[in-house]
Design a protein. Structure first.
Length: 740
């Protein structure tokens, strides 16, 4: 199958209603001109039954040369490529001519038959070839040069391909794309069509990328009743997972039922029956009046016990830490000194505070004392970029939490746990505001009693992307010795970024840079028109910042935006900047609706331990090999990683990323649009988090009204969780026992 790195773009077309919409075109595929990586779009040349050659485009993934197709669609006139047939759907019919049969059988679509075998078979049986293959397949042994073993392999391949071809036609008729057809056959084998017929909602549980909504579409196409028990069960699980995706650990039963009823447009009684089935099948769990997934129920009940076990030990490594004799003393203020000394008083401690208050200095002093005392140290952070920053500030190797805990992607389990704990006496974890419930459970399972644990983070930043409010719950639990650093150091006080971040956190508007002060590190450009703001972003990133400040537009400048969509959302900004900063005709491919091109800046959006790349890592695409469907990405200017096209769902274009995706990262320059268009996301902690991502230069583009809305909005969407209650209750129980 031929692939081109550049698809013939649909461009400008004019409908040519020669035969009206819903026209049928039949013919034989002579050549595949282009097929995109996920099989959702193809362009091909087809010789019609009228003997003329036509260009056909549409959702034709999986079609091969030599196949005879019956296509439904409409004729169009393309401005550049002329008259084309735009197909909306198709079905495969078998070729009728000898030449067509040879091309079809020799295309590689039938296991066991190559070009030479195809010619031998068709030359021998002629126009009876298909009848022989279907009904009299043993006669293949009559063909010269084809022995019994070869004949048996051809018969098996023909039967398998026939079943799969019919299965593809059936599944695509239900609106399932060729790419997902392939996933279904990979997951269920030849039983895929029957699995879908029996219960399409099963796909939502078992196949990545097919959620409840897609399964619901398939079910409607199959005529499954809207109030079917399978649909109600799947809806309850989907609503619960949606709530978890929004950061909740659990949900009140009435809330889950209300949302499921809205989703399915069914009565509360019908929905309640579906929830009951989900509970019976242990897809969900009822605990203390709330609904959980079994995984999160176990995590929320176990984590308080794990914390309590570590917090109540009498002997711990921190008691051995003392100032290093003869070493040059580090100047600490009273708050910092208290944070360091907490280690000798409690096994679990938290150091929190905003930018410029000396958290890094405290960590450095703790590491120095631990080394002096011969205490073994482990350093970690939730993301790769945060771990790298911790390494740079301490001079010691820091790891991501997943790597520290030896996560195995093949099994989905951690190598370090209660039976095989971490081999360290002092554990320091940075950027703990990003810690979600499941990762916290895995971490505390792996810490052996007697280990001193220091959690470091900024309590005012956005909460974790994953479920829970773990850092906030730890702070108020009573199990940790907490030190809050608030004093801004003199050197940091000279940064308008840091000063304005603290102003925002205190409920005040940022101060604009005085014009007489020369080059500063913070600028606020008043603008609220989305299109004009988009133009400004392009000019600033591509021209003004590089010319005036000397920063590289791709490597040094990062646009952060509150939202994915909209004129000033991540997608629009990425399209604009990719065209400006990485133009020209370079190799490219499209996957999942996203276009990737050599030279593009990309971000890894999921941890991949096999490739040694992690969520938040930034890189550049170096090479695209279209025939092999692979591409190379260079991370941190040293780490070259190969991906298959289908692995591109782990990556996103990253000239602009959302503020949530920037957690744990720092960039030399941040450009931040904050418009009233972003109304739904205008919150103080989002603005504060975005501002604290900038190290050397921050440019805020937005109206005073939008910024004021963000600064004044401290209302956070509540997250359902009982972790705080469980930790407090356990603490009270422990104190009561101690008193008696």
């Amino acid at each position: 199958m031929m692939n081109s790195s550049r698809p013939p773009h649909p461009g400008t077309v004019n409908s040519v209603p020669e035969n009206g919409n819903g026209t049928t075109l039949c013919g034989e595929v002579t050549r595949i001109v282009y097929e995109n990586s996920d099989g959702s779009y193809a362009v091909l040349r087809l010789t019609g039954d009228d003997g003329k050659e036509h260009t056909v485009r549409g959702p034709l993934g999986g079609v091969v040369a030599g196949q005879h197709l019956e296509l439904t669609g409409a004729w169009e006139r393309h401005a550049e490529f002329g008259r084309q047939f735009k197909a909306s759907c198709y079905k495969v019919t078998l070729p009728a001519t000898a030449a067509g049969l040879k091309r079809f059988l020799g295309s590689g679509a039938i296991p066991g038959i190559g070009k030479k075998s195809a010619e031998l078979i068709v030359d021998y049986f002629g126009d009876q070839t298909l009848i022989v293959l279907d009904r009299y397949s043993k006669r293949l042994q009559e063909v010269p040069l084809i022995g019994p073993k070869k004949a048996e392999a051809i018969i098996r391949g023909w039967r398998e391909s026939a079943a799969r071809r019919d299965g593809y036609i059936f599944l695509q008729g239900l609106g399932i794309t060729p790419a997902y057809c392939a996933k279904l056959f990979k997951r269920y084998g030849e039983a895929a069509p029957e699995v879908v017929r029996q219960n399409p909602y099963r796909l939502a549980e078992e196949v990545d990328g097919i959620g409840f909504l897609k399964a619901d579409e398939i079910a409607r196409a199959l005529g499954i009743a809207p109030d079917s028990p399978d649909r109600m069960t799947a809806a309850a699980v989907y609503v619960m997972n949606t709530l978890i995706g929004n950061g909740n650990v659990c949900a009140p039963e009435t809330e889950l039922e209300r949302r499921a009823a809205e989703l399915t447009r069914q009565t509360p009684e019908t929905v309640r029956d579906g929830l009951g089935r989900a509970l019976e099948r242990r897809l969900l769990r009822r605990l203390d009046g709330m609904i959980y997934t079994p995984l999160l129920a176990r995590a929320e009940t176990e984590l308080p016990e794990l914390v309590a076990a570590l917090a109540t030990v009498k002997q711990f490594s921190g008691t051995r830490l003392r100032p290093v004799p003869g070493a040059r003393p580090i100047t600490l203020n009273e708050q910092q000194r208290r944070a360091v000394e907490q280690l000798t008083a409690a096994p679990l401690s938290i150091i929190t505070g905003g930018p410029g208050v000396g958290k890094t200095t405290v960590i450095g002093e703790i590491v120095r004392r631990a080394r002096g005392a011969g205490v073994s140290i482990a350093l970690a952070a939730p993301t790769g970029r945060a771990a790298k920053r911790l390494s740079e500030s301490t001079g010691m190797t820091a790891k991501t939490l997943h790597r520290l805990l030896m996560f195995d992607p093949a099994t989905g389990k951690f190598g370090c746990d209660r039976s095989s704990p971490l081999n360290c006496e002092l554990l320091i974890v940075d950027e703990v505001s990003m810690l979600d419930l499941l990762l916290a459970q895995a971490l505390f399972r792996a810490i052996k009693p007697g280990t001193s644990v220091i959690l470091v983070g900024d309590a005012d930043q956005l909460p974790s992307v994953g479920a829970g409010t773990v850092f906030a719950d730890f702070l108020s639990s009573g199990w940790f010795a907490v030190t809050e650093l608030t004093e801004i150091f003199r050197q940091a006080a000279g940064s308008r970024i840091i000063v304005n971040a603290h102003r925002v956190n205190s409920g005040l508007l940022p101060e604009k840079q005085p014009p007489e002060s020369g080059l500063g590190d913070f600028y606020w450009i008043a603008q609220d028109d989305p299109e004009r703001a988009l133009e400004l972003i392009e000019i600033l990133v591509a021209e003004r910042i590089p010319c005036r400040f000397g920063f590289d537009p791709v490597d040094d400048i990062q646009v952060l935006t509150p939202m994915n969509r909209g004129s000033c959302g991540m997608q629009s900004i990425n399209e604009r900047l990719a065209a400006r900063l990485n133009g020209g005709d370079k190799p490219a491919f499209t996957f999942g609706g996203q276009r990737f091109k050599v030279g593009d800046k990309i971000m890894q959006t999921a941890n991949n331990y096999d490739k040694n790349v992690f969520n938040g890592d930034l890189g550049r695409i170096q090479k695209i090999d279209t025939p092999k469907k692979t591409f190379l990405v260079l991370f941190d200017e040293t780490h070259l990683v190969e991906y298959k096209f289908e692995e591109a769902d782990q990556l996103s274009c990253a000239y602009a990323v959302t503020v949530h995706k920037s957690q744990g990262c720092e960039f030399p320059v941040v450009v931040l649009p904050l418009l009233t268009q972003h109304y739904m996301m205008l919150q103080r902690n989002l603005l504060y988090t975005a501002m604290t991502r900038a190290k050397k230069l921050l440019i805020l583009i937005g109206s005073a009204r939008a910024v004021r809305l963000a600064v004044e909005n401290t209302r956070m969407e509540p997250r359902f969780s009982l972790l705080n209650d469980r930790m407090r209750l356990l603490r009270e129980k422990y104190l009561s026992i101690q008193q008696h």
